[in-house]
Ligand binder design. Structure first.
Ligand SMILES: CC(C)(COP(=O)(O)OP(=O)(O)OC[C@H]1O[C@@H](n2cnc3c(N)ncnc32)[C@H](O)[C@@H]1OP(=O)(O)O)[C@@H](O)C(=O)NCCC(=O)NCCS
Length: 362
């Protein structure tokens, strides 16, 4: 069923292709663009020239500080609260306004710029440490690592995180993007669309799968244990996290890129993960020879994010930090032909007149 027309990105599941706006394959973009360029492309439909990229970087760097309401919301929350709940609440406070406004590109840029500030602060507070202020001289990924650690980020870690952010920035009409478009279709404001999207991303069937994949690798523990652990899990009818996909019927093209990167980003975890993947794919193939359940992005993302120094509890917030560019691009795109999304439902209740009205005694 087609629920929207979009030129922001396309998931070609049969051929294992992810196409970003403008018709670019993800594997052609990733080696040559950083997150800011990818976001510009999703928002504007074209890659920026040097001047445009510079201007975007400056706009984002200037928009990194939280406003008073967001700072208040952040400090009012217990640091041990679920990071996605803090993110959702602080984004909501950051976007609170006196009157309803129509989403704009400026707002999309500003909202995207503030995500690393929130995630950095969540991390510092979880550790009982002082929040680190954003740095205007660093790029999006580098600033995020800086705000988490308060240390000059290593170039390779910045590269791994930046690659992840580019890869996850958009993915067709996934659940959270659809949620954003549903909210937009009512004529609501941009922050409300993004808050709705964060809420949809939070669930384990969507954004939580990267954490689930890492938890599975932690339980497996070592390459030697993969065969036994997976066979037992399969016998218990458990699903292998990071495998299978609603749309892809081939290896996820994003997972392919991250699998390569994982070798250098986290060599020890890579060894366990590579063996886990080999065994899992064999078991899945034996169970369903006609149904290709291949590796999805979450499996290898969990290894690469670990290498970049991101604790697993923050994985879903980092996913949101990337996907906000896609959410906002979809909302802006939908404005050109704004129609209320109102799907039909099928009535499965009793027909009227069959059940007598039973009222409480008055
Ligand atoms: C993503 C997912 C929900 C897609 O599911 P789907 O395309 O609707 O496929 P179905 O749920 O209909 O599964 C089809 C069959 O393959 C099996 N299967 C699919 N993914 C599996 C997995 N990860 N592990 C074990 N078996 C799996 C199912 O058990 C089912 O077999 P059955 O008919 O004997 O019950 C599913 O693959 C999954 O749960 N994956 C694990 C979670 C995950 O990695 N999510 C992130 C997705 S990006």
């Amino acid at each position: 069923m087609v629920a929207a027309e979009t030129a922001v990105s396309e998931v070609d599941g049969a051929n294992g292709r992810l196409i970003y706006r403008g018709g670019y394959l993800i594997e052609d973009l990733v080696p040559v663009v950083g997150y800011e360029e990818a976001a510009y492309l999703l928002w504007n439909g074209e890659l920026p020239n040097e001047k445009e990229l510079d201007a975007l970087r400056q706009r984002m760097a200037k928009a990194r500080e939280l406003n008073k309401a967001a700072k208040g919301a952040l400090t009012a929350m217990d640091p041990t609260t679920d990071p996605m709940d803090i993110l959702r609440t602080v984004v909501s406070a950051q976007g609170a306004a006196k009157t309803l406004t129509k989403p704009t590109l400026d707002e999309a840029v500003a909202l995207t710029a503030v995500f690393p500030t929130i995630v950095g602060a969540i991390h510092r507070r979880r550790q009982g440490k002082e929040v680190v202020l954003p740095r205007g001289d660093l790029g999006h990924a580098a600033n995020l690592l800086w705000m988490m650690t308060g240390e000059e980020p290593a170039a390779d870690k910045v590269h791994w995180l930046d690659t992840y952010l580019v890869l996850l920035a958009d993915h067709g009409l996934n659940a959270s993007t659809f949620a954003a478009r549903v909210v937009a279709s009512t004529g609501s404001d941009l922050a409300s669309c993004v808050v709705g999207a964060i809420a949809a991303l939070k669930g384990p069937a969507h954004g939580g799968a990267t954490l689930a994949a890492r938890n599975m690798l932690d339980k497996i523990g070592s390459a030697d244990n993969a065969e036994r652990w997976l066979a037992e899990a399969h016998a218990r009818h458990e699903r292998f996290s990071g495998f299978g996909h609603r749309v892809y019927r081939t290896y996820d093209p994003r997972a392919k890129i991250l699998r390569e990167m994982a070798k250098t980003a986290a060599p020890e975890l890579h060894e366990t993960a590579a063996k886990t993947e080999e065994v899992a794919l064999r078991i899945l193939h034996e169970a369903h020879p006609d149904r290709p359940n291949a590796t999805n992005v979450d499996f290898w993302a969990s290894v690469v994010l670990t290498g970049a120094g991101i604790p697993k509890e923050l994985f879903t917030t980092i996913f949101a930090t990337s996907r906000v560019a896609g959410w906002t691009a979809h909302v802006l795109e939908s404005l050109s032909d704004l129609r209320l999304i109102r799907p039909a439902s099928r009535w499965v209740g009793p027909q009227p007149g069959k059940k007598p009205l039973q009222l409480a005694k008055r």
